[in-house]
Ligand binder design. Sequence first.
Ligand SMILES: Nc1ncnc2c1ncn2[C@@H]1O[C@H](COP(=O)(O)OP(=O)(O)OP(=O)(O)O)[C@@H](O)[C@H]1O
Length: 542
Amino acid sequence: MSEFTPTAEQVLAIDYLGHMVVTACPGSGKTEVISRKIRTLTASLPSYKGVIAISFTNKASDELRDRCKAGNLDVKGSFFGTIDKFCIGRIILPFIKHMVIISNSLEISVSRFADLSSSQQALFPDFESRLPLKTSDTAEIIGAIYHLLQDGIILLEAVGILAVHVLNTSLSCQRYIKSAYTHVFIDEYQDSGEAQHGLFLKLRDLGLIAVAVGDGDQSIYRFTGKFPEFLAELSASRSGFEAFTISVNHRCHPSIANYANRLLSQDHPLLPSTEVAIIRRHLPGSQIEIASWIANQLNATKARYQVINNRDVGILVRSENTAKLISQNIGIPHRVFFSNPFTNSTSLSSRIIESLLTYRFNTRLTAQSLISEFSPLEFTVDVRNALRIAIQLCRLCSQDEFESSTLPVILALTGKPPSEESITLLRQVFESTTHLASFAPIADNEVQILTLHKSKGLEFKIVFHLDLYDWILPRRIVLEGNWDVHYHDEQQCLNLHYVGITRARKFCCLVTSSKRFNSYNQVKNGAPSQFFARPGLDNLFG
Ligand SMILES: Nc1ncnc2c1ncn2[C@@H]1O[C@H](COP(=O)(O)OP(=O)(O)OP(=O)(O)O)[C@@H](O)[C@H]1O
């Protein structure tokens, strides 16, 4: 836990005991407020109870869990994870069998609509025009969703509405939720979809204390049906939620905060700052030259800003293609947050094996955290102890023994042996040193390369913000027969740029180059982003 004293605004939010919504600017301590609340709350809970803490990404969720558990604090039966993980693991899988007859020999997996067979797709006429699905769609498509479940498939796009449906319909699910959890926290509420919002309100109606935290200016997922309007709805008067605002950015150097604030509002008052810690650099060449340039001047930058470890440096990009180019050309230890063979697999045994791999390499994780993740219902003490030992063996065994060591764990958690697919994926991971390395915790000497979307909720002492090109950020689109400049949701692109800059604590470098590779590896002119020309930014950068 951080040593600082919370501000008066933070104290009000930490101490409030009822339903609440916290809106706050970047770096204002939202994650701190949530973790301090969870630490205080869980201290007085019995071991079988906990809170539900939902973050937007696994990385943000790990960060929150680590902050809550700092100093070996016991967070009891709390859930930390993403909304899909919660819906699937805690609501759908344990309780759907009370509602649909599903053969015990079937392994249930999660599948996207696009990956269904054509006869399965035909169950959902006009499916794509309904996306994102809303709870009001449930009545019409629940029959088709049940049909798929009988084939062992949970439709990914319907996870949210299915969870709300199970929660509304299954009394045993309601009893379980009420007995296992006292509070629900949802971070990054500005990126909530309608089903998630419905679930949150339903959990409140069941008697859990509901806490939403977010920032409308960091809304960056509108394209997937996630809207800041739900956060605004909770913040409105008479919503039943007490509204709190936290307004001081503790993360960014004041000159970085000034630049970010002026991006959104050209007249935003400026914080006093004696130094400018945000610069623009336009380099000859493409992303390849940018990679070498970053590598060459990294040590000097770290020394200047008294940063010791490379892991405190984030290189933020708009596209995976740029991430790949930087990774291939930077020539210093780094970690790219790419997908691994398990990323697109949603079967339960794949998710367990992936978690066992993470557990094997990350010694800060406990066997209990894995049990809590995958077994929503209570085991007897004997079964739990045997399972804990089986999980621990997956860390202690040799690489050759890992595959067989996962067997008893998967059997205990699912009642079935692992699927063939999950074993194939595991073998693919072991065949690739890059994939294997991605399961280890970040080493101190590794620079982190990730997309702007994935950087949400994270912070770095030094940030290199790339991909600030015309066409890329803001994303430009061509309208047939019209040569004017048109953007695809300029406000969301601006929010994305704002999120990127506000990840930086001490120094932020906005980098462009005269050329750029596009996703087809064609070289294009690298004209600078239109965001550089926004009013109000003059003299705010070096
Ligand atoms: N009262 C405070 N005094 C000093 N530092 C603080 C205070 N509150 C938070 N911080 C620090 O500010 C930084 C940002 O906090 P945190 O990550 O909780 O912000 P956040 O609101 O979740 O950010 P974002 O929404 O941008 O992801 C952290 O390094 C945290 O330790």
